[in-house]
Design a protein around this ligand. Structure first.
Ligand SMILES: NC(=O)c1ccc[n+]([C@@H]2O[C@H](COP(=O)([O-])OP(=O)(O)OC[C@H]3O[C@@H](n4cnc5c(N)ncnc54)[C@H](O)[C@@H]3O)[C@@H](O)[C@H]2O)c1
Length: 401
């Protein structure tokens, strides 16, 4: 990674910002150009400490803006493009699908095109482009492109992992469990069901098309649900933390029995770093740490964690906007289910483990604790990202359902 120049799009958002922080803490000599449109989900405050106008440059703009991208590629000899920029919330895609197609599909295609133009140095005898050395485009995708898995077990069963290398990465974990027998593999058919996942799937197809048709050096990562610091409080985990601290009701879709596979955001950043540097060109890598949990169990775990932290650390009481006694499961309120709500996601990470030696470092309960503590200590960040628009959106999604 030494002396590499990265163009990281969408890095004022949750995962992109965590990725940039991870890269800067791990490597000296890298230069990062951040391109972000600063939608409601992008917050410049998240990366202010990193931006220095020299090693880390921030440019406000749209991945769909060809002129701007050409200008960026002219200014900097970019080595790696990492595309996080996206509309990322399923609920919003149900309200306004078109914006998702605009950014996630057309924006990605524009970014690919500008990248290709900038990196070409000639043609081979068959007419395929030849690219400058050491370049790579990485598309940050999602496990949601695979669709929904069946939830076969109402109560989770112990998970048996057959592969020895994969068994190694989860060694010592007592919480290995699963709600079904099938998992998402890279070879599965893509079967998206929401406007969000359909737009991400289309983007994946176009990325692969640029590899097949123009031999553009690409990788795609498909990760499970992330959680951690700087997560916008419209998503489940930060929303539940925020509402619990305010003593507000905790909205849970349907019966709360949908299963997601959770990964601490830094473990995702580590995977992207590995794939950028060592991933085989043209390959897709699934990223996930065998961490299935139902939404309702997560909500209950967050309530317990906040309560325990408050009881043992009185300094956190300044973040409480309610009486400590009010923090319990009675805050949970079941609301009408999301349309087309996928039942279960579960990643098989065998390929990235065996090929690249990736492994997740943060067990779920530790990660949740770290995340809750981060929110307790960064209330100002939360206040700064929730504007009047957030409140309007929140009322529309959860009140009167
Ligand atoms: N959050 C998850 O659990 C998860 C899991 C797997 C994959 N992903 C994927 O990872 C990526 C990042 O997710 P996130 O949760 O950090 O999203 P996010 O919504 O927090 O951040 C998205 C960022 O992209 C920016 N953006 C949006 N449209 C843009 C445009 N047209 N041009 C430039 N910037 C634009 C926003 O301002 C924001 O900063 C997304 O592509 C998402 O599909 C997310």
């Amino acid at each position: 990674m030494k002396d590499k120049i990265l163009l990281v799009t969408g890095a004022a958002g949750f995962i992109g910002a965590n990725f940039v922080k991870y890269i800067l803490s791990k490597y000296v000599g890298v230069k990062v150009i951040i391109l972000d449109k600063l939608t409601y989900a992008g917050n410049i405050g998240t990366i202010t400490n990193e931006i220095d106008g020299d090693k880390v440059v921030f440019i406000k703009g749209d991945i769909g803006n060809q002129e701007l991208l050409d200008h960026i590629f002219n200014l900097y000899d970019i080595d790696y493009v990492v595309n996080f920029a996206a509309e990322s919330h399923v609920d919003r895609s149900i309200e306004n699908p078109q914006l998702f197609l605009q950014t996630n599909i057309l924006g990605t295609q524009n970014l690919l095109d500008c990248t290709k133009k900038a990196w070409i140095k000639g043609k081979d005898k068959h007419g395929y482009p030849i690219y400058k050395e050491g370049k790579k485009y990485l598309q940050v995708s999602t496990d949601e492109v695979y669709g929904s898995l069946i939830k076969e077990f109402e109560t989770p069963q112990t998970l048996d992992i057959l592969d020895d290398d994969v068994k190694n990465i989860v060694k010592g974990r007592k919480d290995l469990k699963t709600y079904g027998k099938s998992f998402f593999k890279e070879t599965n058919n893509l079967d998206p069901r929401s406007p969000y996942s359909a737009s991400k799937t289309s983007a994946d197809h176009i990325v692969i098309a640029y590899h097949e048709t123009y031999h553009l050096p690409i990788n795609i990562t498909r990760c499970s649900n992330n959680y951690g610091p700087y997560h916008f409080p419209e998503k489940l985990i930060p929303l539940i933390i925020k509402n619990t601290l305010e003593g507000k009701s905790l909205p849970v879709y349907g019966k709360g029995d949908n299963v997601r596979d959770w990964l601490y955001v830094e473990d995702h950043a580590k995977a992207i770093d590995l794939v950028l540097q060592k991933g085989r060109e043209g390959e897709v890598y699934n990223v996930g740490g065998y961490n299935e949990e139902t939404n309702i169990n997560i909500v209950k775990l967050i309530i317990r964690t906040i309560k325990e932290l408050m009881e043992t650390n009185p300094q956190y009481h300044t973040s409480l906007k309610t009486d400590l006694n009010q923090i319990n499961d009675s805050l949970i309120t079941y609301v009408g289910d999301r349309l087309g709500h996928d039942m279960r996601y579960a990643i098989d990470p065998t390929k990235i483990v065996k090929e690249l030696g990736w492994y997740p470092e943060t067990p779920f309960e530790d990660g949740i604790r770290k995340t809750v503590i981060w929110y307790l200590e960064n209330q100002e960040w939360v206040e700064s990202v929730v504007s009047g628009d957030y409140q309007k959106y929140y009322d529309q999604m959860y009140l009167n359902r």
